[in-house]
Design a protein around this ligand. Structure first.
Ligand code: SF4
Ligand code: SF4
Length: 356
């Protein structure tokens, strides 16, 4: 069984759409479009993809299949070979496990991981087909060509890491704690695509890069593609002017505060690196800040537990010669601080380091 999903092969027009969108996301020249289209056309059925589900809500899969543009679904379902995906595949039970074993034996696949890996009780809190998820991940990682954890759960632990199951993300495979996981990654490339949920276009772009160049895009310290996670939201936010001017939303019911900075309502933009502000979501219609919602920092390892409660600001600051200061008081005297020559921006960028 080579393909679990039988749909018409994408048209050349769809390949062009995939190519141009992915090149933009990767920060590469559109002049490479013919090369990408050629690689996509030649990639029918290859490489295969194994998509695992661990401790998670399946929201990342929802994000993929609900994408309004056909590019993500076309690439994964119609172009390359999605061999195993528990919630999309028609097969179940032993048939599904046989498909997984066959794909593993053939090797050379892209391993997409959705969901965190529980370690407590030797992994007992997530078992599929009688195997713990940590053993399933190890078994699949062994013969993979590249490993792509998608969503905050799979990359850093996300919501499950805040619970009692001692769940971790794949990023932590080499930490002391993760030695229980007995990592088999070796020198295989790992590309983390955090955010809750994952953005389907980011996954498509990584796969397109792999199909076209046989390599992965440049990564940062958290193994995230720099082209997608290289810039701070705070540096690009349309409300940055309000932040600088000290105009903050303090009362959701006050219409005069519409469009003010959301920092005091818990915005994690000053610590969050991603391209949501230009990538947008839901068919490129909107993103958190534009929808008047604070950034929850789901692109960062601190999400969820250290950034919780998400809609409260929780970092106070330490000022030289003054000590710990409640940020509410700082904001109330923002004009005085500015007059003293200390920019609010400088203070805020220090918060994370002082709290860690
Ligand atoms: Fe669900 Fe978010 Fe985890 Fe994806 S990252 S599985 S959407 S909780
Ligand atoms: Fe934008 Fe949030 Fe920064 Fe305010 S704190 S400027 S809302 S990113």
């Amino acid at each position: 069984m080579d393909k679990l999903f039988l749909r018409p092969k994408p048209t050349r027009r769809e390949f062009l759409q995939i190519a141009t969108a992915s090149l933009a996301l990767l920060g590469l020249s559109q002049a490479l479009t013919p090369k990408v289209v050629k690689a996509l056309e030649a990639s029918s059925g290859k490489p295969s993809v194994i998509w695992l589900h661990g401790s998670e809500c399946t929201g990342c899969s929802e994000s993929l299949i609900n994408s309004l543009e056909p590019t993500a679904v076309s690439l994964l379902l119609d172009t390359i070979s999605l061999r195993y995906h528990e919630t999309l595949m028609a097969a179940s039970g032993h048939k599904a496990e046989e498909a997984l074993e066959k794909a593993i034996a053939e090797g050379g696949y892209l391993l997409v991981i959705e969901g965190a890996i529980p370690l407590a009780e030797d992994g007992l809190y997530c078992t599929i087909g009688g195997k713990t998820f940590k053993d399933i991940v190890r078994g699949c990682a062994k013969n993979a060509a590249a490993i792509i954890p998608v969503g905050s759960c799979a990359t850093y632990g996300g919501f499950p890491a805040a619970g009692p199951t001692d769940s971790v993300g794949y990023l932590y495979r080499n930490t002391k704690k993760h030695h229980e996981f007995d990592d088999v990654t070796g020198d295989k490339p790992v590309i983390n695509l955090p955010c809750c949920p994952m953005h389907p276009e980011r996954l498509v772009a990584v796969i397109v890069h792999y199909l076209t160049f046989g390599t992965i895009p440049p990564l940062d310290n958290f193994e995230r593609p720099i082209s997608m996670y290289g810039e701070l939201l705070h540096d690009n936010c349309e409300r940055r002017g309000q932040f600088e001017a000290g105009r903050f939303v303090t009362d959701w019911g006050d219409p005069s505060q519409n469009g003010y900075c959301l920092y005091l309502k818990g915005c994690k933009g000053p610590w969050s690196r991603h391209d949501c502000w230009k990538r947008l979501w839901n068919g490129r219609t909107n993103y958190c800040i534009a929808a008047n919602v604070p950034c929850i920092g789901c692109s960062e390892p601190e999400f969820y537990e250290r950034f919780s409660p998400l809609y409260d600001r929780q970092f106070d600051i330490t000022l030289p010669g003054i000590g710990k200061v409640d940020i509410d008081k700082v904001m109330a005297t923002v004009a005085a601080i500015a007059a003293a020559g200390i920019s609010i921006d400088t203070i805020i960028t220090k918060l994370k380091g002082e709290e860690s």
